[in-house]
Design a protein around this ligand. Structure first.
Ligand code: URA
Length: 243
């Protein structure tokens, strides 16, 4: 059960004060009946309406963003624009966190959620999901690089787990890389080890969750119920197997 004013505030994007005023004015109905006390505890799954307009409540939001270059994957930054600036006001009232950062110059699949448990699991090495990147290099990748990636490599401060390097046979400066961890600059550093520089990096998948290419850079959408269920189950299954 949830306090009505809190619910009205998150469903309709109002401040708590505005929500309380709306409730007291009799403008809010729960399951078709007006309730005038802001502190009333109601079922968050019950139909709720403001001025006759139905709202849909979601306890948490799960957002897929196609991150453009030039934005930092943080919720605040003193110098650069953050990915939150790409979202409408409505979502900024939530305490969103980024699940798995991308470098400022990288693009593609970024997940934002206020579901702290899932966020933690998505980014924790204990529950990792494979991340797949579309990469452009300065010089062609070679078959021997595939083996170097497959063996895992010493990057100084840590040893990267084995990764999958797939080279585009028609253009070997274009590859796909799949890795388990998501350490700072990891893909760039793995290619540096092979004497190659990453010119462009785009995340296209996290496990079975694929970037919706219809969004276009800077575009976003909420995850579907199936996508949320997939991530939740994937993280829970990982936890079981760790026991
Ligand atoms: N690897 C990198 O080098 N950068 C990213 O943003 C993600 C993975």
């Amino acid at each position: 059960m949830e306090r009505l004013d809190k619910l009205v505030s998150s469903v309709f994007g109002l401040s708590r004060r505005e929500a309380q005023a709306a409730v007291r004015q009799g403008r809010v109905e729960v399951s078709g009946a007006p309730i005038r006390l802001p502190e009333t505890k109601v079922d968050p799954a019950a139909p709720i309406a403001l001025d006759g307009e139905e709202g849909a409540y979601a306890r948490y939001v799960y957002i897929m963003l196609d991150k453009p270059a030039g934005y930092v994957s943080a919720t605040e930054d003193s110098r650069d624009p953050t990915v939150l600036e790409l979202l409408p006001e409505l979502y900024l009232k939530r305490k969103l966190g980024v699940a798995g950062r991308l470098d400022k110059d990288a693009t593609g699949l970024l997940l934002l959620t206020d579901d702290g448990t899932l966020n933690h699991r998505l980014t924790s090495p204990r529950y990792h999901l494979d991340k797949r990147y579309d990469v452009r290099l300065d010089y062609p990748a070679r078959e021997k690089d595939v083996r170097v990636f497959a063996e895992g490599m010493d990057l100084g401060d840590f040893t990267a787990m084995p990764g999958l390097l797939e080279i585009d046979p028609l253009d070997p400066t274009h590859c796909f890389v799949t890795i388990r961890e998501g350490k700072f600059h990891q893909v760039k550093r793995m290619f540096e080890k092979c004497g190659r520089r990453v010119l462009a990096l785009r995340r296209v998948a996290m496990g079975g969750l694929l970037l919706d290419e219809a969004l276009g850079e800077g575009g976003f959408r909420l995850l579907t119920a199936q996508e949320i269920q997939y991530l939740t189950e994937k993280c829970a299954i990982k936890q079981e197997s760790q026991k």
